[in-house]
Design a protein around this ligand. Structure first.
Ligand code: GDP
Ligand code: GDP
Length: 436
């Protein structure tokens, strides 16, 4: 199940980014490092008690050329399109303003839960200020102080209560969900059309789900798939869809909902910084990844060209050393039909379970061959390992003292696991725990 998404909306200066930062805490955001998105982060993972979710500060999506009211309107639309739960933020010290009413009017249209939070209630004496806001017709207002961190727990409790449940699961388990991500014009839509144009592809006419009306469901060789749409791929309708931040946000959301992510590069243009950042997010999110070099037809090549390009990709995407690389052409259709085969394969690997006894043979052999180095007379002892999760495959390694596990030794064990089993295309996670 993909993580629920929470969006904060409200007119400027009510404290959206303050609340966002409070909720997100010290977490490092990938978005923050993406060029053009550096000024402020607008999308991040977060958690509250046992709930993990993603949160969007719609105020950070810059629509500077638009008139003021239009900006607020667009931001509310983004929240309604992208979020599962919306926090409607107002400023308790200003009372209800015309702009608050305008935001409310837009939000009335959504079926999604909207929670009204009244910010800048910095002490209990100010609590009475919330009563004015009942008139917005959004139910009970939650008092909040972003700068003092007050009221956040109650608000997040209420938010979490409104998260979709397992019953709202979008697709059956056997469906492979994948997305194509990459900069504009690398050929994402052409590739999708190329898949769907294949003879044996049966595109389902089923209308979209509640979450996203633009997913494409289809079947090939009896295997059901869903292509999760990204901003670059759908018909442009709304103004905000052309903004860079929104397209990054949209890509991150698509990744989050996917089992397999196809990182599409344009062979003519080579690799750019943003390709790496977004691919890095797919890796961090623990998704299976395939690197697709499209427009291979347009490149002048000899027998070395593919190797040179492969080496370049490996250098730039060090963290994706497990991802298969495919050279295709959406235009000529060359090797496009192989993509689904590889999608199936990495999806299998992403959900592969290794029996504990076999896993431990591998770990024992690895440790015997290359014992952990000792440190000041103490030595890391590896007792046993077990796989605790799939998607991505996650292993817990029990040791005497976890703090003695070095990155390089962890890497060594991970490589041994990779050499022994087929985990091509999927990241692996290794967690070190003290044996109790
Ligand atoms: P945004 O435009 O909605 O994202 O608002 P900001 O988060 O940038 O906050 C606008 C201003 O309100 C900043 O000067 C904040 O320091 C201030 N602010 C935010 N939350 C609170 C609060 O709970 N109490 C008070 N007194 N000021 C706050
Ligand atoms: P998107 O923005 O990533 O969805 O890219 P599009 O699918 O819209 O493609 C952008 C442009 O690249 C269009 O003009 C396509 O015709 C062209 N294009 C897409 N795939 C290929 C390819 O394999 N070879 C060549 N030569 N051009 C391609």
């Amino acid at each position: 199940m993909s993580k629920p998404v929470v969006a904060i909306v409200g007119r400027p200066n009510v404290g959206k980014s303050t609340i966002f930062n409070r909720v997100v805490g010290e977490r490092v955001s990938i978005v923050e490092d993406i060029p053009g998105v550096t000024r402020d982060r607008i999308y991040s993972s977060a958690d509250w008690l046992t709930h993990e979710f993603n949160i969007i500060d719609t105020g950070g999506i810059d629509l500077r050329d638009e008139p003021f009211l239009e900006q607020i309107r667009q931001q509310a639309e983004i929240a309604m399109d992208e979020a599962d739960v919306i926090i409607f933020l107002v400023n308790g010290r200003d009372g209800v303003t015309t702009q608050d009413e305008q935001v409310a009017k837009i939000l009335y249209r959504t079926k999604k839960p909207v929670i009204l939070a009244v910010n800048k209630i910095d002490n209990p004496d100010m609590r009475h200020l919330i009563y004015d806001f009942y008139t917005l017709g959004m139910g009970e207002p939650f008092p909040l102080s972003g700068s003092h961190g007050l009221g956040l727990g109650d608000l997040l409790d209420e938010v979490a209560k409104n998260f979709p449940t397992e019953d709202d699961e979008e697709y059956p388990d056997d469906v492979i969900k994948f997305s194509l991500i990459g900069r504009p014009n690398v050929g994402k839509s052409s590739l999708v059309n190329s898949f769907l144009g294949e003879e044996r592809v049966i595109v389902s006419e089923v209308a979209g789900t509640t979450r996203d009306a633009i997913d494409t469901q289809y079947e090939y060789n009896d295997q059901p798939y869903v292509i999760i749409d990204t901003a670059g791929m759908r018909k442009k309708g709304k103004v905000y869809e052309t903004t860079e931040k929104y397209s990054v946000l949209r890509a991150l959301r698509a990744i989050e909902r996917s089992d397999v992510v196809l990182v599409v590069l344009n062979a003519e243009e080579g690799i750019q910084e943003q390709d790496k950042k977004i691919a890095g997010y797919a890796h961090e999110a623990g998704k299976a990844v395939i690197i697709i070099v499209n427009k291979w037809d347009a490149v002048e090549k000899d027998e070395k060209t593919m190797n040179v390009m492969t080496r370049k990709i490996r250098e730039h995407f060090l963290f994706l050393d497990y991802a298969p690389i495919m050279f295709v052409s959406a235009i000529s259709g060359k090797r496009v039909h192989n993509i689904l085969e590889i999608v199936n394969k990495v999806n299998d690997n992403h959900s592969r379970r290794i029996q504990s006894s076999i896993l431990n043979e591998v770990i024992e052999d690895a440790v015997a061959m290359n014992p952990a180095p000792s440190d000041k007379g103490r030595r890391l002892r590896v007792y046993y390992a077990t796989q605790v999760a799939i998607k991505p495959p996650t292993f817990v390694v029990f040791v005497n003292e976890p703090e003695m596990m070095h990155f390089s030794y962890e890497r060594f064990l991970q490589n041994r696991i990779r050499e022994s089993f087929d985990f091509e295309g999927t990241p692996l996670r290794l967690i070190t725990r003290a044996r109790t």
